[in-house]
Design a protein around this ligand. Structure first.
Ligand code: UT7
Length: 325
């Protein structure tokens, strides 16, 4: 029996031009570079001024398609993970497909799973590829979180940033073994009992406005450490691999203290953990694909490397994936 794997063949990202530093923030709310750096690890973040989600996501998708050596007409599926769409409807994915010139009829849609969105998108695309429904898919995570941040709330406004990342996946024959290249396992979760811990104050059907982000930081922190580590352990086991096989851990980039606790639970050295939150902040669904694309561009990855992705966010939602490059 032929076994199909989704191989990662292209990476791309895009960041808005404006950079907002911690010092800039200290003139906007009562905070300091020292507090933000020591409590979160964040030094700066990009902020969309004229750019919208479709603009940065479109650029990331286009860069990923080029990196894969393909053209927009080669793509069979586009999934965009985002909680900050250009319009309530149609989806931002459809807008990107139109702007880039994807073939008519190619499915394109957004998914909303907050910071776990990219892992959710990866799971869906991988399943569709393995079922033989599509051959080549682009998945992206993109956010303009600056548009739903309360710029007077120091508890949240220092944490978030804007950006976009994308990956091209393509069907390739495998053996079903953990030595295959491609996505080896995915697992996604949600628990709606924790809905209120991290949310916006409004939405279309409730307040007719998107609202602003509110968060019980301590509660989210506590769950994040456990969920991120557990998701990584589950997907490793499902892939038939163990912690010692990890070449790169790519966790959701929310707080360096969370990442470090997860790293310690997984017993892996610091130099195997990708950190981009220092210059991106928390970009929700964009954080993992941004980290993937930047690392690829820096030449950190080599063929055969085992990547473990793990994410957690509002919902709560969480999940992980193991990929062999
Ligand atoms: O993307 C989804 C996942 N999201 C996350 O994983 C975020 C998880 N949570 C966190 O990263 C952390 O909880 C925070 C970074 C949000 C907060 O760190 P903390 O160590 O939990 O700080 P805290 O909430 O205990 O706040 C400590 C103090 C408070 O003052 P009091 O009440 O002790 O007097 C805050 O008012 O720090 C104060 N504070 C600030 N001070 C300066 C809160 N924000 C700021 C700020 N600047 N920006």
């Amino acid at each position: 029996m032929m076994f199909i794997r989704s191989k990662l063949i292209g990476f791309g990202h895009c960041l808005p031009a404006k950079i907002l530093t911690n010092d800039d923030l200290s003139h906007m709310v009562e905070t300091s570079d020292e507090w933000i750096r020591s409590r979160t690890g964040i030094r700066s973040r990009h902020i969309a001024e004229t750019e919208t989600t479709s603009v940065i996501a479109g650029q990331a998708v286009s860069n990923a398609i080029k990196d894969a050596g393909l053209k927009p007409e080669d793509i069979d599926l586009l999934i965009l993970a985002s909680i900050t769409p250009d319009n309530t409807t149609p989806s931002t994915a459809v807008k990107i497909a139109g702007n880039l010139g994807f073939r008519s009829g190619v499915p394109a849609f957004d998914i909303s799973a907050a910071c776990s969105g990219f892992v959710y998108a990866l799971t869906l695309a991988d399943n569709m590829i393995r079922l033989g429904q599509v051959k080549t898919a682009v998945i992206a995570g993109a956010e303009c979180l600056s548009k739903i941040v309360d710029w007077q709330d120091r508890n949240t406004c220092v944490l978030f940033g804007d950006g976009a990342g994308a990956v091209v996946l393509q069907a390739e024959a495998g053996t079903g073994k953990s030595s295959d290249r491609g996505v080896l396992s995915t697992h996604i979760y949600a628990d709606g009992a924790l809905y209120d811990c991290l949310k916006t104050t409004g939405g279309v059907s409730s307040t007719q406005s998107p609202g602003v982000v509110t968060m019980d930081g301590k509660e989210v922190f506590k769950h994040a450490v456990v969920s991120l580590a557990e998701a990584a352990e589950v997907v490793l086991q499902e892939a038939g691999l163990s912690k010692s096989n990890i070449d790169w851990l790519i966790p959701h980039q929310a707080n360096v203290r969370i990442v470090d606790s997860v790293r310690q639970r997984l017993e892996i050295p610091e130099d195997k953990v990708i950190i981009t939150l220092d210059h991106h902040g928390n970009t929700s669904a964009a954080s993992i694909p941004l980290a993937l694309s930047e690392s690829h561009q820096k030449g950190l990855f080599k063929d055969g490397d085992v990547l473990v992705l793990t994410a957690m966010g509002a919902g709560f939602t969480w999940g992980g994936a193991v990929i062999r490059l």
